[in-house]
Design a protein around this ligand. Structure first.
Ligand SMILES: [Zn+2]
Length: 258
């Protein structure tokens, strides 16, 4: 496995300040002790940005962000750029594509890894999720407990959760990429860069805007919705939970076996 520079930088910061519990501090406080200027304002098409000045660095956060967790994750992500990429850049803009960066290596991925480790330290995450049955409700509980975005909580679950899942990230009616829990293999249909499957919950949203209510988040699908099935395969029942971000026209679909 590749070295996780983001997580290492987050642990360094945690050690530097002797932080024991993620709830003992706010991200704003950490930004403040690093002597970074923090401003809140309307930014179109962007959640946050960081500008490295000659003497001072400035982080801007979009005042239109509706969810506290998403705001916190964005702030932590920008702080990650400061800790990791200070010498490399003068200006970084973070927009809708943040989700895309969970896929790739590079700076955006590192900043996400930093934010993930800072907000949901592996130890605390494992302790919190251990022995709990997987469900959309659990993902929402994690989001609330760690005060982070549902997207980042879901990616963290893929990494550290006990129950195997698949994630399909779609934008503008196209499958951008997919990821699976380590050592959990299913042959995914050849759909990357193409439309999501006709009978998927993701496609339902793109077709007519359907978003299921809380109690109905886990929608029944079948194995052949997202995966290849052989002649002798029975078409097993699966679930799909589509996490929709309307602003950016994206769906992150979580798929797991019944
Ligand atoms: Zn970034």
């Amino acid at each position: 496995m590749a070295i996780n520079n983001g997580a290492i930088a987050a642990q360094r910061l945690i050690n530097e300040f002797g932080i024991e519990n993620p709830n003992d501090y706010t991200i704003e406080e950490l930004i403040h002790v690093r002597d970074i200027i923090l401003e809140e304002k309307k930014i179109s098409n962007s959640d946050g940005r960081i500008v490295f000045g000659k003497s001072k660095t400035k982080i801007s956060i979009n005042s239109d962000i509706k969810y506290i967790g998403r705001r916190r994750f964005t702030l932590a992500h920008e702080l990650g750029h400061f800790e990791l990429h200070h010498n490399l850049n003068t200006h970084l803009e973070d927009n809708a594509l943040t989700l895309d960066y969970f896929k790739n290596g590079g700076q955006e991925y590192e900043a996400n890894q930093f934010a993930t480790e800072l907000l949901m330290p592996s130890k605390s995450f494992i302790a919190y999720t251990q022995g709990k049955k997987f469900s959309p409700e659990l993902l929402r509980d994690i989001t609330e407990h760690f005060e982070t975005s549902i997207t980042s909580a879901t990616f963290r679950y893929l990494e550290l959760g006990q129950h195997p899942i698949f994630l399909f990230h779609c934008r503008d009616k196209k499958v951008i990429y997919w990821k699976n829990t380590n050592n959990y293999y299913r042959k995914v249909k050849d759909i990357t860069k193409l439309q999501p499957p006709t009978d998927s919950v993701a496609m339902e949203f793109f077709n007519d805007g359907t978003i299921y209510r809380r109690g109905e988040s886990a929608q029944e699908i079948v194995k052949s919705t997202w995966f290849e099935t052989g002649e002798n395969d029975s078409d097993d029942e699966y679930f799909e939970y589509a996490i929709v971000t309307k602003d950016y026209n994206t769906v992150l679909s979580v798929v797991w076996e019944k």
